[in-house]
Design a protein. Structure first.
Length: 766
């Protein structure tokens, strides 16, 4: 019911000269919202999952059947495989055959438009009492922009897009028509499609189940109401259609098996739960803010009535189904980083509701005048800024993600060059080691001859013990050699940025030769090393966007500039690669005649740094030369992580803890998720605390050790340092359990064990 004060506010707004601008600005904001959703979806292809999914879709169309066992790997060929995403895979296979790879992201754009349409429908329906305010739609648009920003990390062309859409449609349908008989036909049909598109299909049953439970509770409290038979029948039919699937009745228990994998699969960061460092990213904090605003709104509703009626009033106003949805989806979101978007979907209507009530409260209870025109203007400005930042790639650069605007395939983001090399050298049918990220594209391009060692089908095919062996091979070359003895690999294909220890081992192995390199991937062929064999630094084929893709790219950004492989300086890239392998002479040789940009100065700095270690008689000269080159590098590129790290390492080696700490702090600022940056920063503060007795640095030491412990849990050396640091802070309650855990670790020196015992004795531990 509209209060008198609210009516006065509305009348004042409508009668103002400014009100004529509010509706046009709200409409502009709405148009921009859909445009932003579209351009967020139009990305260059880089998702490695898409390639094995395309390969599966092609296999299904070629064989006119759906695989029930592994057909792609040589390690687990014939193993049972339940592939829920087959419907999506067939869809993208058909579309790519007709329009090219890029069309996958056109599908994402269409789904995003539908998603935003139902988002606005749901938010508007839940906030009907406020929609007589002419600025209300603008506030909805502003919140929707924030929602897009919070969820943009999952707008990536993968089959989960359909789970996001179906989740929203289910909630909207059940909210809008709680007992409508048409739900009997709509929800089971949608559930049937969902079950054959993505593994999160069980979410639909949970959503319907929550609404059914709430409806029956409401009926028993108010028996005069009609029995919720229609919605109950919709639930039963939705469950009944799940076995209409290539895998039959197994699908009924599949959601529970998938949920249990979240605790087992520790090898994909998107499955990290709330207790891990990887979980707490920018988008996580967006969701957390949504949750806080929603709880504040719930709190305000609860205290609108007297104590005796508070709970009843709260449940009646908020709705039991909504309360249960928030609880269920909060649990889901806490289980894996990639599930945060589902909680955002549930929370958005209540975030908008809470903000509406807050603005009205400000307008009626204080003398502060709400600038309603400003709200509408803000929605339009926000849309314009958001749109321009995306199509110009500033949005992705600010968020430090490697996505780029525009439908395009690039060999700089997919291992196309390595694929061509394997095929040209008749290696495509051999037993080859591939890391799990590079393997999917090779599978798609080289099938049916090529079989993977491991790929991104994860625990659906490969057991967690096998993934553990892979992780050990990436970390320790001796473990790779054990795999090599078992499978007798003819070559190894490894991404340059992810598995450096493995690459160093292969480079120094006399049985392998580095035979192909590009900025993305390297290929080591098993053949005895010979002298004077030149490295094949291949000029990659420049994959131009199709005419169809180009038209779309330029429609949304007339100044669009596609990625061009020819702009890459391969000498510099190869030099950086050799540098990472520890071959400083080869790295320096490759850039002798190159223009001295930031990368070249960094390479020369690293060369001099290495020479300072090798030639102690001229150590000062080489160190000074290294510092000069590295300072030039960071002057040319103020975010050059590696250059700051090298400067810090030089200062640390010289015992200049304060200067070194500044460099490593800069590294942490550039890349907060880099473990080594925090470890080395901690080492600097440890030196200051121990050598200079400067206890003012103790909090910083503890901070970096705590972050390191979150990122690399159960590391005895990190835990020992953290336990001792807690002791020095007088926090025995934190120090004792950690030191008790690690004091008998064999890797600790006798001195370290004595220190642990000293701390425990003084804390009263045993």
């Amino acid at each position: 019911m509209k209060t008198k004060s609210n009516s006065v506010i509305s009348t004042a707004i409508e009668n103002s000269n400014e009100s004529k601008w509010i509706k046009p600005l709200a409409l502009l904001g709405k148009i921009l919202l859909f445009l932003v959703g579209i351009v967020l979806s139009l990305k260059a292809i880089k998702e490695p999952d898409l390639w094995w999914q395309l390969a599966t879709g092609d296999w299904i169309l070629a064989n006119k059947s759906i695989p029930t066992s592994d057909v792609f790997s040589f390690t687990y060929f014939g193993t049972k495989w339940i592939n829920i995403k087959w419907g999506f895979e067939v869809l993208i296979s058909l579309c790519t055959k007709a329009f090219g790879y890029e069309f996958i992201y056109v599908i994402q754009a269409l789904v995003t438009v539908a998603f935003l349409y139902f988002t606005l429908k749901l938010v508007n329906f839940k906030n009907k009492p406020f929609l007589d305010k002419t600025w209300a739609n603008s506030l909805i648009i502003i919140c929707s922009f924030v929602f897009l920003a919070a969820s943009s990390n999952r707008i990536i062309g993968r089959p989960e897009m359909f789970s996001h859409l179906f989740t929203l449609v289910f909630i909207y349908s059940l909210t809008r028509f709680p007992n409508h008989k048409k739900l009997i036909y709509l929800l089971p049909i949608l559930q049937l499609i969902w079950t054959n598109m993505h593994e999160a299909f069980g979410t639909g049953i949970v959503i319907i189940g929550i609404f059914v439970f709430a409806a029956w509770v409401d009926y028993f409290i108010n028996p005069k109401k009609e029995k919720p038979l229609s919605i109950s029948l919709a639930l039963l039919l939705s469950i009944a259609v799940i076995p209409i699937n290539p895998y039959g009745f197994e699908m009924l228990s599949r959601p529970l098996e998938i949920f249990s994998q979240l605790n087992t699969n520790k090898y994909t960061t998107e499955l990290s739960n709330y207790s891990t460092h990887e979980y707490w990213q920018t988008s996580t904090y967006f969701t957390f803010i949504f949750l806080v605003i929603t709880f504040l709104g719930m709190f305000a509703i609860a205290f609108e009535k007297s104590n005796e009626n508070r709970l009843k009033h709260f449940v009646n106003q908020f709705g039991l189904a909504n309360i249960l949805l928030i609880i269920a989806f909060t649990i889901l979101a806490s289980s894996a980083y990639r599930n945060l978007i589902f909680l955002n979907i549930v929370l958005l209507p209540f975030v908008v509701h809470s903000l509406f009530k807050f603005i009205i409260f400000i307008g009626t209870k204080t003398k502060f005048k709400i600038q309603h025109l400003a709200i509408s203007l803000l929605s339009a400005i926000l849309g314009i800024v958001f749109y321009i930042s995306i199509v110009s790639n500033q949005y992705y650069q600010i968020n430090k993600v490697s996505h780029t605007y525009g439908l395009q395939f690039s060999a700089m983001q997919n291992p196309a060059g390595a694929t061509q090399f394997l095929k040209a050298n008749n290696l495509d049918s051999k037993i080859i080691f591939t890391d799990y990220l590079a393997s999917s594209y090779l599978l798609y391009q080289l099938s049916p001859n090529f079989k993977t060692f491991v790929d991104l089908r994860d625990l659906d095919v490969f057991p967690d013990t096998f993934f553990q062996k892979n992780a050990e091979a990436y970390a320790n070359y001796e473990n790779y050699k054990l795999l090599d003895e078992k499978y007798n690999f003819k070559a190894a294909v490894v991404l340059n940025t992810q598995f450096k220890r493995l690459q160093i081992g292969l480079y120094n192995d006399s049985n392998y030769t580095l035979s192909y390199f590009d900025p993305l991937v390297s290929v080591f062929v098993k053949q005895k090393k010979l002298n004077n064999i030149p490295l094949n630094i291949s000029a990659l084929i420049n994959f131009k966007p199709s005419v169809f893709s180009s038209i779309i790219n330029y429609v949304f950004n007339p100044f669009y500039n596609p990625m061009d492989v020819n702009e890459t300086n391969f000498n510099t890239e190869a030099s950086l690669f050799y540098l990472s392998l520890g071959d400083y002479n080869q790295a320096n040789h490759l850039i002798l005649n190159s223009p001295k940009d930031a990368s070249v100065n960094y390479i020369k700095g690293q060369y001099f740094f290495n020479m300072a270690i090798a030639d102690t008689s001229n150590q000062k000269f080489y160190n000074d030369s290294a510092i000069t080159c590295l300072n030039m590098a960071v002057k040319q590129n103020t975010n050059y992580f590696e250059a700051y790290f090298s400067l810090g390492s030089i200062e640390l080696n010289q015992g200049n803890f304060v200067s070194a700490a500044k460099q490593f702090e800069k590294c942490c600022e550039i890349d907060h998720n880099n473990l080594n940056a925090h470890l080395y920063a901690g080492e600097c503060y440890k030196g200051l605390v121990e050598n200079n007795k400067a206890l003012k640095y103790l909090p910083k030491l503890v901070y970096h050790l705590e972050v390191s412990n979150e990122m690399n849990p159960n590391n005895p050396n990190i835990e020992w340092n953290l336990g001792v640091a807690y002791f020095k802070q007088g926090k025995c309650n934190l120090s004792t359990p950690i030191l008790l855990k690690v004091k008998d670790f064999e890797g600790l020196s006798a001195e370290d064990k004595n220190t642990a015992d000293y701390c425990l004795n003084n804390c009263g531990g045993k």
